[in-house]
Design a protein around this ligand. Structure first.
Ligand code: ADP
Ligand code: MG
Ligand code: ZN
Length: 592
């Protein structure tokens, strides 16, 4: 309860800040608006940009939380242009700095990058520029390592500060300070001394990571307890979010994608994201053979052929770019009408960023994930070595297998925002089929059967993949892992898969990885919570969506898009004429 009250007061406080700082009557307002147009060639500011710039120009410490692509850089670049002196920008990656410097060069704004790779001569030049009020550099980018390791550089900063030339300190990707974040970097800890050494230089921290834990931690580490918090919404109201079942074969999958591009998105520009380079080549080749103007884009291609594809896509000669995640940086085509994920991405954050390349012009655009359990295994074999790889992956699996909740609310929850489904305005597949009734059914016996099969396999030292587990459950395939006493489930395959996925997400089952000479194999084993199923300490229930009103307004343009109508096998079986969702209820029956 206390936490709720605190959160509420934090929200109120934030609301007040947002209003207080959005004014257009500050001494610098005219110049700010002027330089926005004349230097940056932009017409208007986006949400929270003015607030943040006003606050930092008023020398307040602040933190800006804004989704990737939202426009955080402008919030320090424009103030740097209209302020006297130097803005120090701390950024974790040299590649990020180089991107920004290239953009600044085009805008004729003097900037420099100072890293351990900077030549002696260049370093000398930069360090001379820093300590004189006549210095011409507006922005100086450094890595946190440089600050932490170079006493000489810190000495120069002190001199710069002493002559009133160090105007502002910006910390990009500021969540890297916190061990709670997904990207902790030890050198960011050192940044705590900046406030002590340079108390009058305002600090501006930027991040797309919004959880309270991380933000509180960041304030503590940077010694800016009273920093103002500006939070831009992660909601993109013009994006329609949707998940469709991915067919079992490549042929059927391509039929589906072709149908989407040829009918629903006819003549419109889009991106298809694929799991691997090979996938992206196969999908592009297939689409081309069907007469779609498609181009492939991945990291194995030469820079030349990549930029050729990009260019043709911008000009409309290519309708669809079929790409890996390498297609990202610097993509701001305004009229991208659809982003299709041929396989699930590795986290909600990735999905948000990748699908967020659609609809930059504010027009309705569609973000479709093709989901299938087999792709989860492919992704998990890649990401399991990363610290938070599997939890992040299971986050998006949860998003995909849910059949009832507003997709937008699931994304918002991930970013620490609260959403009413009503605010979605029917802009996701679930909100769009409003008249569905959700029924919860007990499937504990099915879950126990799955654990029993795995226990039996373990007893005979057999390893079981998810495909093999499902086969054994249905009594198919070689005798090996089948258990006689277990009856085949009266469920359609997709429902069985959903149960399996949910048990993974909830920790009743676990993925277990083994290296072979050529690949990583992923087996399924009982998870940390399997004992709750064995000893009857838990009840597992499924959401069934039934009796959908299919007169949805938003999704169906070609008759194939409504998820409840395009999978005939669900309608065929009498018992299974429903879409299933799996949810594990944590109401323990007799846990001791
Ligand atoms: P972030 O750091 O938040 O991920 P960037 O600062 O890299 O985002 O900006 C993403 C893109 O948005 C850039 O191409 C930038 O030029 C553009 N942008 C930023 N602010 C505006 C604005 N007010 N109007 C139009 N485009 C903008
Ligand atoms: Mg950025
Ligand atoms: Zn919704």
């Amino acid at each position: 309860e206390l936490k709720l009250i605190l959160e509420q007061s934090e929200l109120d406080n934030q609301q007040n800040q947002h209003i207080k700082w959005e004014g257009t009557d500050f001494p610098w307002t005219a110049e700010l608006d002027n330089k926005l147009k004349s230097v940056f060639k932009l017409n208007e500011l986006r949400s929270m940009q003015r607030q943040t710039m006003n606050a930092t120009l008023a020398k307040e410490d602040c933190l800006l939380i804004m989704p990737t692509g939202g426009g955080k850089s402008l919030c320090f670049q424009l103030p740097a242009v209209i302020s006297k002196g130097l803005t120090l920008v701390i950024s974790p990656l040299v590649s990020l700095m180089e991107d920004q410097q290239m953009a600044l060069e085009l805008l004729k704004i003097p900037s420099a990058i100072f890293t351990s790779a900077t030549s002696k001569e260049e370093a000398k030049h930069i360090q001379e520029d820093m300590v004189t009020t006549k210095g011409h550099l507006k922005l100086l980018y450094v890595t946190p390592e440089k600050l932490a390791k170079s006493k000489r550089f810190m000495n120069r900063l002190e001199k710069s500060y002493a002559v009133n030339h160090l105007t502002r300190i910006v910390i990009d990707e500021v969540h890297c300070c916190s061990q709670w974040g997904h990207d902790f970097r030890p050198d960011y800890k050192f940044l705590g001394i900046l406030k002590r050494q340079f108390p009058n230089a305002p600090i501006l921290g930027l991040t797309a990571t919004a959880t309270i834990n991380v933000l509180e931690d960041v304030k503590k580490i940077l010694n800016i307890p009273r920093a103002l918090l500006f939070r831009a919404s992660f909601n993109r109201p013009n994006l329609f979010y949707e998940v469709q079942e991915k067919p079992a074969t490549q042929k059927d999958t391509m039929d589906k994608i072709f149908h989407l591009i040829n009918k629903r998105f006819r003549g419109q520009s889009g991106i298809i994201y694929c799991f691997s380079r090979k996938d992206s080549e196969e999908v592009a080749t297939d689409l081309k053979s069907r007469g779609i103007k498609a181009g492939c884009y991945h990291a194995d291609m030469t820079a030349q052929s990549r930029s050729a594809v990009h260019r043709k896509w911008l000009s409309g000669d290519v309708q669809v770019v079929v790409a890996t995640v390498a297609f990202g940086m610097g993509i701001d085509k305004p009229d991208v009408r659809f982003v299709i994920h041929h396989s699930i991405s590795k986290s909600i954050e990735n999905l948000y960023q990748e699908s967020g390349r659609a609809g930059r012009d504010g027009q309705r655009s569609d973000c479709i994930v093709l989901y299938r359990l087999a792709d989860v295994t492919r992704q998990s074999s890649m990401v399991f070595t990363e610290q938070t790889g599997l939890p992040n992956l299971y986050g998006i699996v949860q998003y995909c297998i849910d059949v009832a909740k507003c997709r937008r609310s699931l994304i918002a929850r991930h970013f620490g925002e609260v959403w009413e489904s009503a605010q979605c305005d029917k802009m996701c597949d679930h909100c769009d089929r409003a008249q569905c009734q959700v029924k919860v059914k007990d499937v504990t016996h099915y879950c126990k059967d799955l654990v029993s099969i795995l226990d039996a396999a373990a007893a005979t030292q057999q390893r079981v993949t998810s495909a093999k587990l499902l086969d054994a459950w249905y009594g198919r395939g070689p005798a090996g892992v089948k258990v006689k006493s277990i009856a085949a489930p009266s469920l359609a395959k997709d429902q069985a898969e959903r149960i399996l996925a949910q048990l993974l997400v909830e920790g009743y089952l676990r993925e277990d990885f083994h290296f072979t000479a050529y690949s990583t194999i992923c087996y399924i084993i009982p998870g940390p919570k399997a004992k709750l199923l064995r000893n009857g300490g838990v009840k597992v229930a499924i959401d069934f969506v039934q009796a959908c009103d299919q007169s949805s307004k938003n999704t169906v343009k070609d008759g194939s898009a409504a998820p409840s109508s395009d999978t005939p096998h669900r309608v065929k079986h009498k018992n299974n004429s429903e879409t299933s969702n799996v949810k594990v209820q944590k109401n323990k029956l007799n846990s001791k």
